[in-house]
Structure formats: structure tokens, C-alpha cells
Design a protein around this ligand. Structure first.
Ligand code: ZN
Length: 203
């Protein structure tokens, strides 16, 4: 289970529990931090644009199971043989990269076709965003990574692919739904200042 005090380090030079310890240095905390930045209309638009980029990145990242495991640095240190090959492009294959891209590439789908498959999956399962808490998303990923963990040198074969590709798809589906919900929550919130319609810029 995700334990903030154990798993999310304080920012450099900041003491745990001090006033400046509101936000810590891990993706789980940073999602909330960048949500707050994106919501803050007093910030420079360029800073809010940066916050949006990090938010999209981290919500995606935290749903990839291997981003939530401490085993061998997110399974980067677990070499595997992927569909018979120990090399993936110019690198040795590792389990982290298998989950970042290898399993997805093995579907043979283009990005638009993959997107279509995920949208169909969301409808078929009546999937919704569920809990709005990055710590819960982290724990789900940790559990999925435990279940998908392999020893060093193991084979990522058709049996592994068949077992895990539904997990890959569901993590992507949930990441999309949750990101949409977070962004809708921020951008459909009532504006901080009331602006009568007739003074709005006609374009
Ligand atoms: Zn990764």
C-alpha cells in the first residue's frame, strides 16, 4: 500500500511536517499540486499551461503498473525475453519497457484504432472514473504490478500477453476517464470573477 511518509520524499531541504511540506516529490503528490496550479486563475497562463502538461503526464504515468513498483527500479532492472528476442530495438528488453510500449505494440493497432478499442471497452464495461484520489490509483497500479511481476530472464510470451493486455487496456481506460474528470472539474468550475455576458469580447 502507498504510504506517503515512506514513499513520497519531502522536497530537498524541506522538513517533514513543516509548513513548506504541503507538496512532496512524487507523482502521486504532484498530481494534486498541478491540479491546484491549473485551477489557480491568479497564476500566469504559461505556468498553468506547464501544470496542464505535467498533469496529463503524471495521471497517465501513475496508471502504468510498473511506475508504482519499487521492485528493481520500476522493473527497469528486470531483463526479459520478449516474444523470443532479448533485444528490443537497440536496447536489452526489460519489463518496464514491456509495459510502457511492448505489450501495446504487440496488438499491431494504430493509435486511432487503439483509441477506438479503448472507447469500446469503456462502453462495454460501463466503466467510470471512480475514486478521485491519486493514492488509490497508485495502489491499483501497485497491485497490478505485483500480479504481472516476472523474474529476471523470464519470457514475455503470448500467454503473458493474453493474460495482461486486458489489464493494460483497463489502466489506459481509467487513466483517460480520470484525466477527463479532473480537467472537466477544473475547466467547468464557475469563474472566480463574475463577468456579464454583454461585456464579453464578441469574438
Ligand atoms: Zn515508463
Amino acid at each position: 500500500m502507498y504510504d506517503r511518509d515512506r514513499d513520497c520524499p519531502a522536497q530537498p531541504g524541506v522538513k517533514l511536517g513543516s509548513r513548506n511540506d504541503k507538496w512532496r516529490d512524487c507523482a502521486t503528490d504532484r498530481i494534486l499540486f498541478f491540479e491546484a496550479r491549473l485551477k489557480d486563475q491568479s497564476l500566469d497562463p504559461a505556468d498553468r499551461a506547464t501544470a496542464l502538461k505535467y498533469l496529463v503526464h503524471f495521471v497517465g504515468d501513475i496508471h502504468q503498473p510498473m511506475h508504482a513498483t519499487g521492485v528493481e527500479k520500476g522493473a527497469n532492472g528486470i531483463p526479459v525475453v520478449v516474444f523470443g528476442s532479448a533485444t528490443c530495438g537497440q536496447y536489452n528488453c526489460n519489463l518496464h519497457a514491456v509495459w510502457d510500449s511492448g505489450l501495446l505494440l504487440h496488438t499491431g493497432l494504430s493509435e486511432p484504432d487503439y483509441l477506438h478499442r479503448l472507447e469500446k471497452g469503456i462502453k462495454a464495461q460501463h466503466l467510470s472514473a471512480g475514486v478521485d484520489d491519486p493514492a488509490v490509483w497508485t495502489n491499483e497500479s501497485k497491485k497490478a504490478s505485483d500480479e504481472a511481476m516476472l523474474p529476471k530472464g523470464a519470457a514475455v510470451d503470448e500467454a503473458y500477453y493474453t493474460r495482461e493486455i486486458p489489464v493494460v487496456d483497463q489502466r489506459l481506460e481509467l487513466a483517460g476517464l480520470r484525466l477527463a474528470e479532473v480537467l472537466n472539474g477544473i475547466f467547468t468550475a464557475p469563474p472566480q470573477k463574475f463577468m456579464p455576458k454583454h461585456t464579453a469580447n464578441p469574438d
